[in-house]
Design a protein. Structure first.
Length: 443
């Protein structure tokens, strides 16, 4: 629906999926969103990076079959069914010197291998949690009803305190190190539904990456890149716009409302001068760094059966995997988890180190590396907080003190791309209700 003259102007700060979803939803509702991002390109942690003659996504790129909101958005931005390629689930671990593979094409055998030797108590627990997610999709997102109840009932223990070591090593650690950058002793039971939601999904990726849909989005909704927001403008308890640090632009942009679609620490920094308590609460949400290197080789590194390997706790390399089913000559090395946090961002050093570790299990003597590209995000992966649903309720309550403010981001419904869409849609639906109340029916 095109915006009517006089329809509300809403500034959305942050051009990752949360901000894109927020701006898209506002545009659909007839508001006039303006999206600002400090980077030269849109996409945030899913932005494209050049690798030789092509572009790759260093951050989030795998899209679940159950990502209904994201897929509907991609279709509205022109993505066709033929543009998706299957990514599946394929991951191997080394156990007693043997490579053990989990693959979505042989689910039963993979599951049997994964769960053999897991104590009955843990089996019963994990199956019960999986049932929550399967029976109500809301449980695959933060503040899902069953997980909120479970956290309240159990005191929201760390996963390492709730499950024994076998399940932790086989399933939980690879999942939380990859999705949250955290170890099992740093992730809580009450947020584990977000991990299970992803583990129980099956993944695809857009063959040409996100460039097409991001381009179409920027043609549809007003966006400004290279525009850093340095402060919120607040008058009498109402957010009236933002200040930017962009040469040539008027430094202050006025708006009827402002959506902060940022990782919690970035939102906290902007809110701190106006609402310390809210900023402090947002500061409690934990994030961990992650570094990703994508390296190109002159021939395939992985075979069709083993396309990714996970590494044990002592290694800063958490995962090495083929970029796509048809891109087995591109390897994506992910450094996350405790052992990776202090590593400097040295692309060559990290790639050499990763190749040494991978080379112990995969024959790397013939492939020659031809190019590499990398990124490190300090606030890369969100690991939420203890009793996170309670944190979110308190954040929402305190945010009401600043009228015209809306908050979204990966800490609101979860870190998956779909969760970013869900969080952003919910927050902007609320905003639209306050900014554009429905006309009263005639008496
Ligand atoms: C390595 C990695 C792999 C992942 N893999 C997957 C996956 O396969 N599937 C999946 O579903 N999810 C995945 N994720 C998670 C998912 O990609 C992220 O949760 C999601 O992209 C976060 O989007 P966001 O918009 O909330 O935040 P961001 O993408 O971080 O966007 C925030 C934006 O705000 C901008 N910004 C910050 N401060 C300011 C300011 N003051 N002024 C202006 N702009 C500002 C930043 O430049 C940034 O573009 C992955 C994440 C990472 C890091």
């Amino acid at each position: 629906m095109p915006a009517e003259p006089g329809s509300p102007r809403v500034i959305v700060v942050g051009g990752g999926w949360s901000g894109i979803a927020a701006a898209w939803n506002l545009h659909r509702a007839g508001a006039r969103p303006l999206l600002l991002d400090e980077q030269p390109v849109l996409g945030g942690r899913s932005a494209a990076a050049p690798l030789g003659s092509r572009s790759v996504t260093l951050g989030g790129k795998n899209i679940g079959r159950k990502y209904a909101s994201f897929r509907a958005f991609a279709a509205a931005m022109g993505a066709r069914d033929a543009d998706w390629e299957h990514f599946g689930i394929n991951s191997s671990r080394i156990e007693n010197g043997r490579v053990r593979t989990v693959d979505s094409t042989s689910r039963a055998a993979s599951l049997a291998g994964l769960l053999s030797g897991v104590p009955l108590r843990d089996l019963a627990r994990i199956l019960r949690l999986a049932r929550y997610v399967r029976s109500d999709r809301a449980n695959a997102f933060l503040a899902g009803p069953e997980f909120e109840r479970l956290a309240a009932r159990t005191g929201d223990p760390a996963l390492s305190a709730y499950f024994g070591p076998v399940l932790q090593e086989r399933l939980l650690r690879p999942a939380v190190v990859r999705m949250n950058g955290a170890e099992p002793d740093e992730t809580h039971l009450g947020t584990f539904g977000t991990n299970l939601g992803m583990l129980l999904d099956s993944f695809d990726q857009l063959t040409g990456g996100f460039d097409g849909i991001l381009g179409r989005f920027a043609d549809t909704v007003e966006t400004r890149t290279r525009t850093r927001v340095t402060a919120l403008a607040v008058e009498d308890g109402r957010v009236t716009g933002v200040r930017t640090a962009t040469g040539g632009e008027p430094p202050e942009l006025a708006a009827d409302a402002v959506v902060l679609a940022l990782p919690a620490p970035a939102a906290a920094a902007l809110l701190h001068p106006h609402h310390r308590q809210l900023a402090r609460l947002l500061g409690r949400v934990r994030y961990f760094p992650v570094t990703v290197v994508v390296a190109a080789y002159d021939r395939p590194v992985f075979d069709e059966r083993v396309r990714a390997l996970t590494f044990p706790p002592g290694s800063p390399l958490s995962n090495a995997g083929a970029y796509g089913v048809g891109d087995r000559h591109l390897v994506r090395y992910t450094f996350s988890g405790r052992a990776a946090r202090a590593l400097p961002h040295d692309e060559d050093g990290l790639t050499d180190r990763a190749e040494k570790e991978l080379g112990a299990h995969v024959d790397l003597s013939a492939p020659r590396r031809t190019a590499a590209v990398s990124a490190r995000w300090e606030h890369g992966l969100c690991a939420y907080s203890a009793f996170h649903a309670t944190t979110l309720t308190a954040v929402a309550e305190l945010a009401k003190d600043l009228r015209g403010l809306a908050l979204t981001g990966d800490y609101v419904r979860g870190a998956s791309v779909e969760a970013c869409f869900r969080g952003a849609y919910a927050c902007t639906d609320d905003l639209v209700r306050t900014l554009m109340p429905l006309p009263r029916p005639p008496a």
